[in-house]
Design a protein around this ligand. Sequence first.
Ligand code: HMG
Ligand code: MG
Length: 300
Amino acid sequence: MLPSRVTIVEVGPRDGLQNEAQPIPTGDKLAFIERLADAGLRFIEATSFVSPKRIPQLADAAEVAAKLPSRAGVTYSALVPNAKGLERAIEAKIPRIAVFTAASETFTQKNIGMSIEQSLDGFREVVAAARARGMTARGYVSTCFVCPYEGEVAPDRVRDVAASLLALGVDEVSLGDTIGAAAPRDVERVIERVAASVPREKIALHFHDTYGTALANVHAGLQLGIGTFDSSAGGLGGCPYAPGASGNLATEDLVYFLDRMGIWCGVDLRQIASASVAIEKVLGRSLPSKQLQRIKSTRA
Ligand code: HMG
Ligand code: MG
C-alpha cells in the first residue's frame, strides 16, 4: 500500500544554491523562490543562517528572508546551526528552522565543527527557544547511509541521532543520503530501524542522486509508509563538505514519478520546469533533471 498523497519539501534555494561556485544575485534567488511557490510547493527551504565564511553563497540570508513572496499556505524555512543562527532567523521572521547534524562524527566535525553530541546539546536550547516563540523546527541527519569520510554508517547510529532530535523538540526528522549512494535495500534497513523510535509520519527522506538511485529510494520509502520527500528544482545541489556529492533528487523527476504513480503532491511539473529554466539562465548551465531536459526539448 502506497500513500495517496505526499509532501514535497523543496530545498533548491538552500541545498541547491549553497553549492554554486558563482555568486547568484539576491533578486534571482527571490524570483526562483517565487516561481517555486507558484508551482504549488508548500514547504520551501529558502536559505541558511550559517557562517557566511563557510557558505558565502547564502550570506544574503537576511535579504532573502526579508523579501520572501507572501503566499497563503507556503511555509519558508532556513537552516540554523546555533544560537547565533536562531537570532538571525528570529530577526528575519522565518517561521520554521532546520537544525542539522549527522550520523557520522567526521562529517559532523567537517560540516559544523563539532561532535554529534555537542551539536545535539546546542540544538536543545535552540529548538526550545524557537518553539517558545511559536516557530517550528525540523532536524536533519546527514550521512544516514554512507559517510564520505568513514564509509558505511550503522543504522543504529541513525536511529539514535534521529530519536535524540525528536526528543529535543523537532517535529520532523529528515534522513539524508548526503552523497547519494544508497539503494532501496539500505533505505529499508535504515527506516525499519529508525521507525522503532521515530513515528513514520515524522520521518522525511532527503536523497541526493549521485548514483542515480534516488527515485528507486523514494519508491522504497513510499512502500515503508514515508510521506515526505525533499527535492530540489532541476536537481540543483550538493554539500560543499561532502566531496563528490551531486545534486538532490530533482523536484521535476519526483513530481513526474508521483503523478504517474497516482500519488497526489499538489505541484505542477511544468511550472517547476519553468523555475528551473530561469535559474539555469542565471547559472549559465543546464541542470540534470531528466524531466526538465525532456520538457525543454518538447518546448523547443
Ligand atoms: P565555526 O566556523 O566552526 O566556528 O562555526 P565559530 O563558531 O567559531 O564561528 C566562526 C565565525 O562564524 C565567527 O565569526 C562567528 O561569529 C561566525 P568571526 O568571529 O570569525 O568573524 N558565526 C556565524 N555567523 C553567522 N551566522 C551564524 C554563525 N555562527 C558562527 N549562525 C558553524 C560553526 C556551525 C557556524 C559553521 O561551521 C557553519 O556555519 N557551518 C555550516 C555548514 C553548512 O551550512 N553546510 C551545508 C549545509 S548541511 C547539508 O547540506 C546537508 C543537508 O542537505 C542534508 C544532507 O544532504 O545530508 C542538510
Ligand atoms: Mg542535502
